[in-house]
Design a protein around this ligand. Structure first.
Ligand SMILES: CCCCCCCC/C=C\CCCCCCCCCCCCCC(=O)SCCNC(=O)CCNC(=O)[C@H](O)C(C)(C)COP(=O)(O)OP(=O)(O)OC[C@H]1O[C@@H](n2cnc3c(N)ncnc32)[C@H](O)[C@@H]1OP(=O)(O)O
Ligand SMILES: Cc1cc2nc3c(=O)[nH]c(=O)nc-3n(C[C@H](O)[C@H](O)[C@H](O)COP(=O)(O)OP(=O)(O)OC[C@H]3O[C@@H](n4cnc5c(N)ncnc54)[C@H](O)[C@@H]3O)c2cc1C
Length: 667
């Protein structure tokens, strides 16, 4: 971007920056080569003239919008293929290259489930022979798939799914059926008109026995004509709050037959005669969900970084009101209340990224152990992935909404892109495991851990802190980062203990454990949240500390300020918990507040530099308010002019309706 086109406010902001932005970019990308590789792909895609929309997406009809998304995503796939053809899935270097998708369509790609769930399920749940047959075809997009699990009647309760797969040993086939309306698959992305294959999660029956839910590889459309195969009823579910171009669909089966070997057989198998071979652990069927819950953290970090870039740059450009009489109007970023809205979101993006990487490394390690037959760490991984996915998605949605509010009226414009990002992030609170449902999964783990505390057992690493805080004394408070982390752990331990006690107190004679659990579930969710906050604080602080030692002192200082801001913000938000479970005093809280305000002031001069460090191209930001040059007002007007209503000075509705109304009023 030529600096002479950049508005004066952003030029000044960039001059103020105390660290090297390029260094931050490389840190976020994971190295200079990763930055170069990402930029190269982004450049090829974003400068391809076929990708540019003449009419903005939001003015298209639902149908046109989908067709446009498909057209452009096919071009993207073509380009990406060039960059990935030498790689197989197994050595595919995890990167943030998928973010390029936002430079192609503003909303969600209809191929997202193909990449995000169809391929991972084939990779992780097929046996070697199946993998060799299906994965290359899916990777090259010779076949296009999705993940069809949720039904009209059941999403959270997977054991309640109603689609059946009944083995017929005579033909060595499974017969798939949708027994009633509530058993229609409902929601899968790309299912409606994009995918020709899907993973179907269905209840398995063989030799008259029921064996629970299992994944099946199912072709639903003809490869040549794309016509649904006989016995398949498929369609789209209609417009939603967001995800307009995701092509979410419904699917029903009528005696639809698939070969025996189309059951994904890495974990459980059905032999030719119908004999069922059990998996080493029946929860391995849920493996793709664990994978996606883990990688969602990267997606949330990225979406937050987009919203942060938009809101921070806009706040530097926008002037409003006078702080002092006869002085120029302030840049809104100089109002401390504005900094309070903005900087926690910026910091949260960094926290999610580093905690996401830590979770990813844990996932890789546990998966390797599972491969060797050791399932010991699976419950802990599941508990971690559940609460982190749940809390981070909810936090991200709150932060994006705050960024939107921080942009005042203009943040309400679709052209700001904040409403679309809001839709994308809000959806993540529900999909891949609804918030409360996942929090209660982690609570199950915490209750078991508390049993371990009572029995003086050694606990697994992420809950080992519970033993430290098992007595009733309030924990000694220290106004340091270590003290804050310890305070969060004390709050988590205290809440876990109380939720446990609440279950016991509800367990009167004649009460089932499940009813007592339900009665105590608000406290259980609260305990899970506290546990998750303790993890977010501990891991983000240790990771940011580690990273700060790998970079220049100037950047290291900024990283630590962002990390400390996160800890301080949450200490103030959760002061009630800290007052209950630690010896924190009102004077300590006042000190925390003062430090928080100090951190806002320290971050302020670097705010634009920090969001520049996310290195998000204008085509990927898609925002009138957030572009690199800060030409906010020109862009808002340019976009407004694209409204089809502005194509004619008088709309025909005037003659048809308004004029007659006015004439009638005269009579
Ligand atoms: C360096 C960077 C690397 C990154 C790599 C990047 C690669 C980039 C590639 C692509 C990028 C793409 C971009 C990605 C963005 C993300 C996009 C994804 C979009 C997704 C769209 C949405 C898709 C969906 O929504 S699919 C449907 C999802 N559905 C759900 O999640 C349903 C939720 N429900 C459940 O999970 C379960 O029903 C339940 C857990 C709530 C209950 O199950 P249950 O009834 O069977 O269990 P119980 O309650 O009885 O418990 C039994 C027992 O089992 C334990 N359990 C449960 N689940 C698991 C599990 N998964 N694993 C292990 N153990 C489990 C449970 O804890 C109980 O244990 P107990 O010991 O307590 O008895
Ligand atoms: C944008 C989007 C994309 C999606 N994409 C896919 C996809 O590609 N493939 C796919 O298979 N699915 C997909 N889904 C479906 C998604 O996974 C489910 O919507 C999700 O798992 C929640 O299930 P549900 O809709 O049945 O909600 P419900 O389970 O009916 O939840 C409704 C309410 O009941 C509460 N509740 C439910 N069970 C309990 C419990 N045990 N304890 C306490 N409270 C409970 C919940 O907390 C919630 O408040 C998608 C959903 C969305 C929104």
């Amino acid at each position: 971007m030529a600096e002479h086109n950049v508005c004066v406010e952003l030029v000044r902001e960039r001059q103020k920056c105390t660290f090297e932005v390029q260094e931050l970019i490389h840190l976020i990308d994971g190295g200079i080569t990763a930055t170069e590789e990402r930029r190269e792909v982004e450049n090829v895609v974003c400068t391809d003239p076929r990708i540019k929309d003449v009419v903005p997406e939001e003015y298209l009809s639902h149908k046109e919008r989908y067709e446009n998304a498909i057209r452009k995503n096919c071009i993207l796939q073509e380009i990406l293929k060039k960059y990935t053809e030498k790689r197989t899935w197994d050595n595919f270097r995890p990167s943030n290259k998928y973010r390029i998708s936002s430079g192609v369509v503003k909303d969600i790609s209809p191929f997202m489930l193909h990449t995000g769930m169809f391929i991972p399920t084939l990779v992780n749940q097929s046996d070697d022979e199946q993998k060799a047959k299906w994965v290359p075809k899916a990777m090259s997009m010779e076949i296009i798939g999705t993940y069809a699990q949720t039904e009209l009647g059941h999403g959270s309760f997977i054991r309640g799914l109603e689609t059946t797969a009944t083995y017929d040993p005579n033909t060595e086939e499974f017969v798939l059926n949708t027994p009633n309306l509530t058993s229609y698959k409902w929601w899968p992305g790309g299912l409606a008109h994009t995918a020709n294959h899907c993973i179907v999660v269905a209840q398995l029956y063989s030799k008259g026995q029921h064996y629970g839910v299992h994944p099946f590889f199912v072709q639903i459309r003809d490869i040549e004509t794309h016509v649904p195969l006989p016995g398949i009823k498929v369609g789209e579910i209609g417009p939603k709050l967001g995800f307009q171009t995701a092509n979410n669909g419904f699917l029903g089966f009528e005696n639809f037959r698939i070969p025996r070997r189309n059951m994904l057989m890495k974990n459980a198998q059905v032999l030719k005669d119908g004999t069922y071979i059990k998996s080493k652990n029946d929860k391995l069927t849920y493996g793709t969900m664990v994978f996606v819950r883990v990688i969602i953290l990267f997606d949330l970090a990225f979406e937050l970084s987009r919203a942060a870039t938009i809101a921070v740059r806009y706040s530097a450009v926008r002037h409003q009101s006078q702080l002092k009489a006869n002085e120029p109007e302030l840049q809104i970023i100089d109002y401390v209340t504005q900094q309070h809205k903005l900087f926690i979101g910026v910091s949260t993006s960094h926290v999610f990224r580093v905690v996401g990487l830590w979770l990813w490394n844990t996932y890789v390690k546990v998966n390797a152990d599972i491969g060797k037959g050791n399932m010991d760490q699976l419950p802990e991984l599941h508990a971690l992935a559940c609460c982190l996915k749940a809390v981070c998605s909810r936090d991200a949605a709150a932060r994006v909404e705050e960024f939107r509010l921080a942009c005042g009226g203009h943040g309400f414009m679709t052209s700001s892109n904040l409403p679309i990002i809001n839709g994308i992030v809000s959806a993540s609170i529900t999909y891949e495991g609804e918030f409360s449902v996942l929090m209660l999964q982690t609570a199950r783990f915490l209750m078991k851990a508390w049993n371990g505390v009572l029995a003086r057992k050694t606990l697994t690493p992420t809950v080992s802190y519970l033993s430290k805080f098992s007595n009733s004394d309030r924990v000694q408070w220290a106004n340091t980062t270590a003290g804050i982390i310890s305070g969060f752990q004390a709050a988590a331990a205290g809440k876990t203990k109380e939720a446990y006690a609440a279950i016991q107190s509800y367990l009167k004679p004649g009460t089932d454990y499940e009813d007592a659990w339900n009665s105590a579930s608000v406290q259980l969710v609260s305990a899970s949240e506290a546990h998750c906050r303790a993890i977010l604080c501990e891991i983000s602080w240790s990771e940011m500390q580690r990273l700060s030692k790998t970079v220049s002192p100037n950047l290291g200082k900024v990283l630590l300020e962002l990390a400390e801001l996160y800890l301080t913000y949450w200490s103030l938000e959760k002061r009630g918990d800290l007052l209950m479970y630690t010896t924190i005093s009102t004077a300590d809280i006042a000190k925390l507040q003062a430090r928080y305000e100090e951190l806002l002031a320290l971050i302020r001069p670097n705010a634009v530099g920090i969001v520049d460090g996310f290195d998000i191209r204008d085509e990927i930001l898609n925002s009138t308010l957030g572009a690199y040059d800060g030409r906010v007002y020109e862009r808002l007007m340019e976009e407004a002019k694209k409204s089809p209503l502005n194509a004619e000075p008088v709309n025909e509705s005037f003659h048809k309706y308004i004029k007659p109304l006015m004439l009638k009023a005269k009579l």
